[in-house]
Design a protein around this ligand. Structure first.
Ligand code: FAQ
Length: 314
């Protein structure tokens, strides 16, 4: 088959909702887009452990500490599934980490904000994991088999994370005046960054058109953002929180909550590395990656030893 025939056959498989598997033929652009998006997704999961890690030693109870530790461990696990799934496309994890540390790969903008008080842990679980679920439920239907299957498993765990965050916020809203103010303050600081997680508006999104043709993304940035807003506004009102948006209003015709403009200057400034915590997140990642070098060496030595023994016994 010539290149054009291969492309047509590939697109026909996508249009028929078939999954593409690692050994199948795929266009270079499809492979590159997946490597970019999946590796950035993996980096986000791992960098996302840092804002929450800040509160493990200050959790208000043993129960809260155990839940938070389990959640952070889950996020590390999600990073590992996603690095493994990305490796099926022919890139090594070492290379992906180099791209991150050299500033050539992104991670989600939302993890460049600080966690100032315990309510921030509630807001991250409820809003950030809540936004992640909306996005990842869509990605579970993506055309690339390993990514889609990783998403199914990850979404189950994110559901628990979202509920633990909402529980923290709900509890604080039934507490003292000071606790209610802390919860509202965290809501005010995390609401807009959570909306930014879905990426630029569809009209500004460089990759959406191609990614949707290939069903890497099956719904657009704006559609998912609107779904998240519709779900979350009701949850906020239910526990007495105010959404920090004076333009928020319910549209009875479209059945959507309309919301005010997003500050895209803030978003792009953070994406370019100028957010309040970008520098701290990367220097922390580099420091602990370097300190963990001996673990990787030991694991590799163990693996080499095992291969030698297996070769001898064969
Ligand atoms: N932050 O053309 P588009 C989590 C970039 S996991 C930074 O629309 P695309 C779990 C984009 O990369 C959260 N950069 O791009 C957790 C592109 O630049 P590039 C992470 C962003 O890929 C919870 C440029 O803008 N989830 O939260 C962002 O078609 C709690 C143009 O944008 C994922 O990564 C952003 N928010 O659509 C962990 C999901 N948005 O690459 C710990 C997978 C856009 O050309 C604690 N990713 N950009 O240099 C996706 O679904 C997509 O990549 C989108 C962006 C929707 C994020």
């Amino acid at each position: 088959m010539n290149e054009e025939q291969k492309l047509n056959q590939f697109q026909a498989r996508i249009d028929a909702d078939e999954k593409i598997e690692p050994r199948d033929w795929m266009p270079d652009g499809y492979r590159k887009t997946l490597i970019r998006q999946m590796s950035q997704h993996a980096h986000s999961e791992v960098i996302g452990m840092q804002p929450e890690g800040n509160w493990v030693l200050r959790a208000p109870s043993l129960r809260a500490k155990k839940i938070l530790l389990a959640k952070i461990q889950d996020e590390g696990g999600h990073g590992l599934y996603l690095y493994s799934a990305t490796e099926t496309l022919g890139i090594d994890r070492t290379e992906m980490i180099e791209q991150l540390q050299q500033g050539n790969a992104k991670y989600s903008s939302v993890f460049n904000y600080p966690t100032l008080n315990w309510a921030d842990i509630g807001a991250i679980g409820w809003l950030v994991d809540g936004a992640a679920i909306v996005n990842q439920t869509m990605l579970a239907k993506c055309s690339y088999g390993p990514y889609s299957r990783a998403m199914l498993r990850i979404c189950k765990e994110e559901g628990f994370h979202q509920r633990q965050g909402y529980e923290i916020m709900g509890k604080m809203m039934t507490g003292t005046q000071a606790q209610r103010e802390m919860a509202q303050d965290a809501m005010n600081r995390w609401w807009w960054p959570a909306l930014m997680m879905f990426g630029p508006h569809d009209s500004e999104s460089a990759h959406s058109q191609e990614s949707m043709k290939w069903k890497i993304k099956v719904e657009s940035n704006d559609k998912l953002r609107q779904r998240f807003v519709n779900r979350t506004v009701e949850q906020a009102h239910h526990i007495g929180l105010t959404v920090p948006d004076p333009l928020l209003s319910y549209n009875k015709e479209t059945l959507n909550w309309s919301f005010g403009p997003i500050n895209w200057d803030e978003f792009w400034s953070i994406v370019k590395g100028n957010g309040p915590c970008n520098e701290q997140r990367m220097s922390h990642h580099i420091k602990y990656h370097n300190e963990g070098a001996w673990v990787r060496e030991a694991a590799l030595a163990f693996e080499e030893n095992l291969t030698k023994k297996q070769t001898v016994s064969i």
